[in-house]
Write a protein that binds this ligand. Sequence first.
Ligand SMILES: *Cc1c(COP(=O)(O)O)cnc(C)c1O
Length: 378
Amino acid sequence: MIPFNIPPYIGTEPDFLKEAIENRKICGDGPFTKKCHAWIEDRFGAQKALLTTSGTTALEMAALLAGLKAGDEVLLPSFTFSSTATAVVLTGATPVFVDIRPDTMNIDEQKLEAAITPRTRAIMAVHYAGVGCEMDTILDIARRHSLIVIEDAAQGVMSTYKGRALGTIGDLGCYSFHETKNYSMGEGGALLIRDDKYNEPAEILREKGTNRARFFRGQVDKYTWVDYGSSYLPSDLNAAYLWAQLCEADRINESRLAVWKAYDDAFRPLAEDGEGRIDVPHIPAECVHNAHMYYLKLRDLADRTAFIAHMKERGVSCVFHYVPLHSSPAGERFGRMAGKDEYTTRESDRLVRLPMYYGMADADRDRVIEAAMDYLKR
Ligand SMILES: *Cc1c(COP(=O)(O)O)cnc(C)c1O
């Protein structure tokens, strides 16, 4: 069976893990965490990066730093992972779901303004499949309505929009280093901060509400409890694993892009032959993506279900997502849809993801293509 995902593994991870253990510094903010922070800041031009225990907790930090509270509303797509919405719900604010664009599956920037009310405080831009949202339009709307922009760039590490790294464009950006993402530390993530006014509040929030970071910089002579906080910093063991991957970030990116391109060369002709058998991902001219995902869109739910069964029979594991949040039990309880669900449900019903991981063998990739073609051409 060709798996849907294999967590990225470079080969140097055990060496760095051993080093972390021998450093006798396995708690948070050790040497490997610091290296990862510096790498992310340098490579992506981020003012500040802080590793977190997950993409989910990076989103929670962003929601708390944005000062969201009960009664506030946050605009986000319904077609996303639950974490985008749980971060909002944690603060007591209300997730207000906006329809997606059918071409990129990202939030439809043209439908945002109609969803704004006097209670709206923030927009969460989820860069689906590592393909950037229409950020200039979103930033312009945010500026005119004094809204904070949080990027859920969980899938967008190494992607850009108009040359800027995803995660560095909005006020706050969130990465995930879960094992299903392009770069991994098992469980982990990062918060990226654009305006340095958030630096100290973020450090306090991440370090159990203490001013420990200032203490370590010698800015105060003892550290103490100063505000609300939690523990959002990962062990240096996890950071050591991530460090191995960041050192080879380009190699991982190129490997994934090669698989993506082979899929695209095979399937795009079927999307563009005028018969409309399938749709394939659309990459806007402003965007450079990171091959986080390759998906096909079948005719409808029944077609997709049959496709997945066919692929399974042929030894290929394909998956779909997401149940639109506005129609999920928690989404119905905590949030609401703004405007019409024109594309969210329809397009999510059609979408299926093909196996995609670092180091995928050419022969396996070709088997995926062959099995899919046998279905699509019959
Ligand atoms: C993976 C993912 C998350 C959550 O990241 P974790 O590291 O698994 O907590 C959030 N949002 C999106 C869009 C994701 O794909």
